[in-house]
Write a protein that binds this ligand. Structure first.
Ligand SMILES: [Zn+2]
Length: 126
């Protein structure tokens, strides 16, 4: 005899899995985190990027004024100001500076050297 409770639980689990994969798919297609200078080099005037600030827990949308301005976000030692809490974060590279073969990542750190912000862009809609 088939146990009706068991099939109910199985159906519920399958449903949850579908929901979870749909959510995961959504975040990966809608947002692209910028980690490499090449990512910033692709930005054009009028593109919209977001500053995700861990300090004040806000997401601020910023419009790129020029490709040069976009490149300021990945110049080592440059500063980016959170539009919401006015905190200044410093652009730093993670990875060994002498070994160019290792991919280096752009990070945004506070005065204590802790990573406190990241920049992302809404991926183009299909
Ligand atoms: Zn902030």
């Amino acid at each position: 005899m088939k146990n009706p409770l068991r099939s109910f639980v199985l159906a519920g689990a399958a449903c949850l899995l579908l929901t979870a994969s749909a959510l995961a798919g959504q975040t990966s297609t809608l947002w692209q985190t910028f980690r490499k200078p090449e990512d910033f080099a692709k930005l054009k005037k009028g593109d919209k990027i977001v500053y995700v600030c861990n300090e004040c827990k806000t997401v601020s949308e910023v419009t790129v004024a020029s490709p040069e301005e976009a490149m300021e976000h990945c110049k080592e030692g440059a500063t980016v100001t959170c539009p919401s809490c006015k905190m200044k974060v410093r652009v730093a590279f993670r990875g060994p500076p002498k070994n160019q073969s290792v991919e280096r990542q752009v990070t945004y750190v506070n005065e204590k050297g802790e990573e406190c912000m990241f920049i992302a862009k809404a991926a183009p809609q299909k």
